[in-house]
Ligand binder design. Sequence first.
Ligand code: SAM
Ligand code: SF4
Length: 349
Amino acid sequence: MSVMDRATAAPATGSSRSLIDPFGRAITYLRVSVTDRCDFRCVYCMAENMTFLPKADLLTLEELDRLCSTFVRMGVRKLRLTGGEPLVRRGIMGLFAALSRHLKTGALDELTVTTNASQLAKHAEELAGYGVKRVNVSLDTLDRDKFVAITRWGKYDQVMDGIRAAKAAGMRVKINTVALKGVNDDEVDHLIEWCGAEGHDLTFIEVMPMGDIGGERRLDQYLPLTSLRRDIEQRWTLTDLNVTTGGPARYAGIAETGGRLGFITPLTHNFCEGCNRVRITCTGTLYMCLGQDDAADLRAPLRANPDDDAPLEAAILGAVARKPKGHDFVIDRDNTGPAVSRHMSVTGG
Ligand code: SAM
Ligand code: SF4
């Protein structure tokens, strides 16, 4: 069955095998990296010369659909497609179309995407049509020259067009900005003002020690958000909000703009205790924690049993039973290398 045929297929019958980890956390959120490739080379994410996986190793769109649908049957309520850059994968709209059937049946609460927005102008309306209500767009600067310096290969106008198209299509946009010392820390006010004026939420992220990034050194990039927040509070009135999106971000309201400001602080304060998520790579490897190496191969049970999901479900349950308590990210003078060897683009941000 093609991935487009699956869009209209009858829903699979429900499973009672829900996903609870050893610490009692229910796994309701799955992030799926649909490709390791990207049309940008952000300095904190990738080296300029990357070796990507052979295409034959990737799960097909049909296999990704089957995998995601199995997780939905097992209790996942929120799916995020990410990458690499998810919108550069050929045929990806077919996967959104197929997965949107779970929104229609009510099995899924949210289908969403994290993107660099380079292809968003092309796809925004179609995405909105498949029930995607929110997109996360990664944008670290509003300065053209810095944009090129950070993304190396990115095109600023294309990204801005993409963000405008998403807004015009009725989707909420959250801007994710990696805080980079000496690079964008002087732009914080501009980003807050711009997001406030455009009606976008804004979230700052601490740079995480993942993967070899060539000559760039993490310690040079790392800006603890505790100090960034202190700086922001000199000029803006922040009030902690009691909202959580089930993710690691903690939010504050900004009185002057009426907008929301999020902080993702895996290093200065991790929120692993509330973790509700697992991640799969484009080759079907399940990572139970972004910052740990333990993983489970789901591609083998998926491919070996094309008409029987039971072995796949068993592999998923076995893996969730090993979900660790949390990660151990550290960046300091003694720890400047990666905590895990894979890049963020493998497991998705
Ligand atoms: N290409 C898409 C994008 O950039 O939005 C999706 C994948 S990207 C890996 C997802 C997120 O991870 C982006 O917001 C990016 O800024 C973030 N990211 C990548 N490497 C990171 C790192 N080492 N530390 C913190 N965030 C990182
Ligand atoms: Fe590509 Fe996203 Fe990584 Fe930038 S952060 S290189 S856009 S995957």
